[in-house]
Design a protein around this ligand. Structure first.
Ligand code: ADP
Length: 478
C-alpha cells in the first residue's frame, strides 16, 4: 500500500511484516518502486503551490482534525504498534499519546510563524525578514517509534507550509499506513502528504537526488544518516538528522540512590533499550557502586518479559534476530573483558514463543576496553562503570562521536550546574531520566545529528528566511 496524491494504491511486489515477539508474519503489504516515488514528489511539488499559500490557521485546522481522528482510534493504533514493533501495550499507548501531542502542538503553532523588521542603516529603506516554507520535504522514519516519529516530522512540516513524502521503516509500515488513513480522513488536500513503502536504498536514492526535494528529515542510525547527507550534497538540501547516541548516566555519591536506580530502569529498559536516548553507560561513584549495583540488579531481575500484548509485560522483544545477535556479542565481549553478569546475560527462552528476546541484563565491573563502552547497544543491557572524581567523569562521559542525551544524578545544585555546562550533549537530564517533552528541542550534537524537533524549534527546520529590502523616496510624496 502506498498513498500518493490522496489515493491508495497496491502494486504487484510484496513484503512481509513480522511480529518480533513470535517471528510470525502478521501481514503482506505491497511496496512501490522508483517511478512511484518520483510521482509522489511531483504531486507534492504541485500541491506545495497552494498549500504554502493556505493560511496558517487553516493548515492547523487539518492537523487538529487529524488529532480527533487519531484519538478515536488510539487503542487500535497502540495494538498495531505493539504487534509490529513488540513494545508493551502500555508503552505503545504512551507513544500514540505522544504522536497526538505533536499534531496538537503544531496545529496551534501553524498560526505563530513570525518574521522580523530590522533597523535600517540608511534613511529611506525598510528591511524585513519573512519566513517561508522550504518546499517538498522527504521524511525517513525508524521502527523504534513507528507512529510518533511520523507525526513528529509531518506535523511541523505541514504547519510550516511544506508538503511531505514519507518513507517509514520496512519493519513497521502498518502504523504508518494507519497514520496516513487518519490524515486522509482529515481531508488534507491531495498531494500534501504522500507515503512510499519499499526498498530503503531505492527510495532513498530518489529522495536525496531529486531537485524538487528541498529538505530531508531523517531519524535513524549515524551510518545511514551520513550516507543520506553525502547523497544530498549534490542538490544542497536542508537536512535534519536525529542519529545515534551513547548516553552516559552518571550517579554521584551525593545522589538519592533509589531514585537513580529507578531512573536507570526507565532510561535503559523502556522499549527494550531500543531508543537513541537510552542510557548506554552507567557511571557510579566508587563509594556507592556496590550498593547501586545490587539494587539495580534486583529490580532488573524482576522485570516481566513477554509478548507486548499481555498487559503485565514490562519488557518486550528486540526488533529482529540481528538485534539479538548484536546484544549477545556485546555481552560476550564484556565477559571476555572481565565483566561480571549481575543478572540476565542470555537469550530469553520461552516454551511458547520463538520471538527475538534477550534477558534484561546488568553487567558489573564494566571498563573502557569493552565494546559496549563506545558502541551503541540498542538492547536491554546495562553496564556499570565506576569513577572516582568529578573531573575524571566529565572527561569519560563526553563521547568522541556521539552527543545526543546524557543524565546526571546529584543532590548538589553546584555540581548539577557544572555538569550542565560540561556535558557535550544536545539533551541533559539532571535528576531527570525522562526529560523529553513536546515543547523542548530534541536533537544532538557531533555525529548524533543536526537540527531540532519539538516545540517552536521544530518549525525552524521547515522554514527559510527571506530578507527583503524596500527602498523608498525619503522626501515623501512627489
Ligand atoms: P536502524 O539501524 O535503527 O534500523 P537505519 O538507519 O537502518 O536504523 O534505519 C532508519 C530508517 O532509514 C529506516 O526507515 C530505513 O529503512 C532507512 N534506511 C536505511 N538505509 C537507507 C538508505 N540507504 N537510504 C534511505 N533510507 C534508508
Amino acid at each position: 500500500m502506498v498513498y500518493i496524491n490522496g489515493g491508495w494504491r497496491t502494486t504487484g511486489t510484496k513484503m512481509e511484516v513480522i511480529d518480533p515477539a513470535t517471528g510470525e508474519v502478521i501481514k503482506n503489504i505491497s511496496t512501490c518502486g522508483k517511478k512511484d516515488v518520483e510521482e509522489a514528489i511531483k504531486y507534492a511539488k504541485n500541491s506545495f503551490e497552494h498549500w504554502k499559500k493556505t493560511p496558517g490557521p487553516e493548515r492547523g485546522a487539518y492537523l487538529a482534525k487529524t488529532v480527533d481522528i487519531m484519538r478515536s482510534r488510539a487503542e487500535d493504533l497502540a495494538n498495531t504498534i505493539t504487534k509490529e514493533n513488540g513494545k508493551p501495550l502500555s508503552d505503545a499507548r504512551a507513544e500514540v499519546q505522544s504522536a497526538i501531542n505533536y499534531l496538537e502542538w503544531y496545529a496551534e503553532e501553524a498560526r505563530r510563524i513570525y518574521g522580523d523588521t530590522l533597523t535600517p542603516s540608511h534613511e529611506g529603506k525598510h528591511l524585513m525578514v519573512i519566513r517561508e516554507p522550504i518546499g517538498v520535504s522527504a521524511a525517513i522514519t525508524p521502527w523504534n517509534f513507528p507512529l510518533s516519529m511520523i507525526t513528529r516530522k509531518i506535523a511541523p512540516a505541514l504547519a510550516a507550509g511544506c508538503t511531505v513524502v514519507l518513507k517509514p521503516a520496512a519493519k513497521t509500515p502498518l502504523s504508518a499506513i494507519q497514520a496516513f488513513e487518519c490524515l486522509h480522513e482529515a481531508n488534507l488536500p491531495s498531494g500534501v502528504v504522500n507515503l512510499v513503502i519499499g526498498s530503503a536504498t531505492e527510495i532513498g536514492n530518489v529522495m536525496t537526488s531529486h531537485q524538487d526535494v528541498r529538505k530531508i528529515s531523517f531519524t535513524g542510525s549515524t551510518k545511514v544518516g551520513k550516507k543520506l547527507y553525502e547523497q544530498s550534497a549534490h542538490t544542497v538540501k536542508r537536512m535534519s538528522m536525529e542519529l545515534g547516541g551513547h548516553a552516559p548516566f552518571i550517579v554521584f555519591d551525593d545522589a538519592d540512590i533509589d531514585k537513580a536506580v529507578q531512573g536507570t530502569l526507565l532510561s535503559k529498559f523502556k522499549n527494550s533499550g531500543q531508543t537513541c536516548i537510552s542510557t548506554n553507560r552507567i557511571y557510579v561513584q566508587e563509594s556507592i557502586a556496590d550498593d547501586f549495583s545490587k539494587k539495580l540488579a534486583e529490580k532488573v531481575s524482576q522485570l516481566k518479559v513477554g509478548h507486548g500484548l499481555k498487559e503485565d509485560t514490562e519488557v518486550g522483544p528486540l526488533i529482529d534476530k540481528e538485534a539479538v545477535d548484536k546484544v549477545a556479542n556485546q555481552v560476550e565481549d564484556a565477559i571476555n573483558h572481565q565483566g561480571t553478569i549481575l543478572c540476565g546475560g542470555k537469550r530469553h527462552d520461552f516454551s511458547d514463543a520463538q520471538g527475538y528476546f534477550y534477558e534484561p541484563t546488568v553487567i558489573g565491573r564494566a571498563n573502557d576496553k569493552m565494546e559496549i563502552s563506545t558502541e551503541e547497544t540498542f538492547g536491554p543491557v546495562a553496564p556499570i562503570f565506576t569513577f572516582k572524581t568529578e573531573e575524571e567523569i566529565i572527561d569519560r562521559a563526553n563521547h568522541e562521536q556521539y552527543g545526543l542525551s546524557s543524565y546526571c544524578f546529584t543532590d548538589s545544585l553546584e555540581r548539577g550546574m557544572r555538569m550542565m555546562q560540561e556535558l557535550e550533549y544536545g539533551i541533559v537530564g539532571i535528576n531527570d531520566p525522562t526529560p523529553i517533552v513536546i515543547q523542548a528541542p530534541f536533537g544532538g550534537v557531533k555525529e548524533s545529528g543536526m537540527g531540532k524537533e519539538g516545540g517552536m524549534y521544530g518549525l525552524d527546520s521547515y522554514l527559510n528566511e527571506k530578507y527583503v529590502s524596500v527602498k523608498f523616496n525619503k522626501n515623501g510624496v512627489t
